[in-house]
Design a protein. Structure first.
Length: 256
């Protein structure tokens, strides 16, 4: 595929900006950060399947490059299966999330809130900030604050508060899910080419059988990957919105 040089540079810069992923860029990449040490890459989402939808390809890329990628699920999706009790649904969806994480090469962590009843309070913010800090994040991906689902809003705000409590020590990127349907007014600043991880991401989403992962892929994920890819001249991309500062050029010292 050919595309304008300026767009290649843009993709390359963005990839380089996302911790060591510059190794795949078309533009001359800076040395991979992974050569210095593995980064702790943390993704926070409200429900099982949200992180996979928004940045499954990016997380897989980090994992393949030797970084430590972790997904923090705020809830276990307790209200996501009709006719099942909260406990039954939690057990099913936890197993699905764990399988999806195995496929992506990331580690799952569950933050202990309840689907449909997530809380944003002082104690909850303190508790979540401690959980996130314990992961020693070098970069964090979080759900977009202007999502229609209240749990997504809570997940975003908890990360935002933790980021402020940590004095903005780590770069923070927001990801989109089902844009136009759930994420509203999403404005990308960075893109990652996920063309080569598309199948792996799809497999991770299909692991969410109780959520009809095949329909999520067909109705939302493929459209988003196609659209974001067209914006930067690749077959499939994931888009992010950076808040505040970005990572130093790949090869530089990690923040903190
Ligand atoms: Zn969700």
């Amino acid at each position: 595929m050919s595309f304008p040089r300026s767009r290649r540079a843009f993709v390359g810069q963005s990839l380089a900006g996302l911790a060591g992923l510059g190794a795949e860029a078309d533009t001359p990449p800076a040395p991979s950060v992974s050569a210095a040490r593995a980064w702790n890459v943390i993704c926070v989402g409200a429900h099982p399947d949200d992180p996979e939808t928004g940045c499954g390809g990016t997380l897989a890329a980090y994992a393949e490059l030797g970084h430590r990628a972790t997904i923090i699920y705020l809830t276990r999706g307790e209200r996501g299966i009709a006719g099942k009790s909260l406990e039954e649904a939690a057990a099913i969806r936890t197993a699905e999330a764990e399988q999806a994480c195995r496929i992506l090469g990331v580690r799952p962590v569950f933050a202990g809130q309840i689907d449909g009843a997530t809380e944003l309070s002082g104690p909850r913010a303190t508790q979540f900030a401690a959980l996130l800090e314990a992961e020693k994040p070098d970069v964090v991906f979080a759900q977009w604050p202007l999502d229609t689902h209240p749990d997504h809003q809570v997940a975003a705000q908890l990360v935002l508060r933790a980021w402020l409590a940590a004095h903005r020590r780590f770069p923070l990127y927001f990801f989109e899910v089902n844009t136009g349907h759930q994420s509203l007014g999403f404005a990308p600043t960075d893109y990652v080419d996920v063309t080569s991880r598309r199948e792996k991401k799809k497999a991770a989403l299909l692991a969410h059988r109780s959520q009809h992962g095949d329909e999520i892929v067909r109705q939302h994920v493929q459209l988003m990957e196609d659209f974001r890819g067209r914006e930067v001249g690749v077959a499939a991309a994931e888009a992010f919105s950076a808040l505040g500062h970005r990572l130093p050029p790949a090869g530089g010292a990690p923040p903190g």
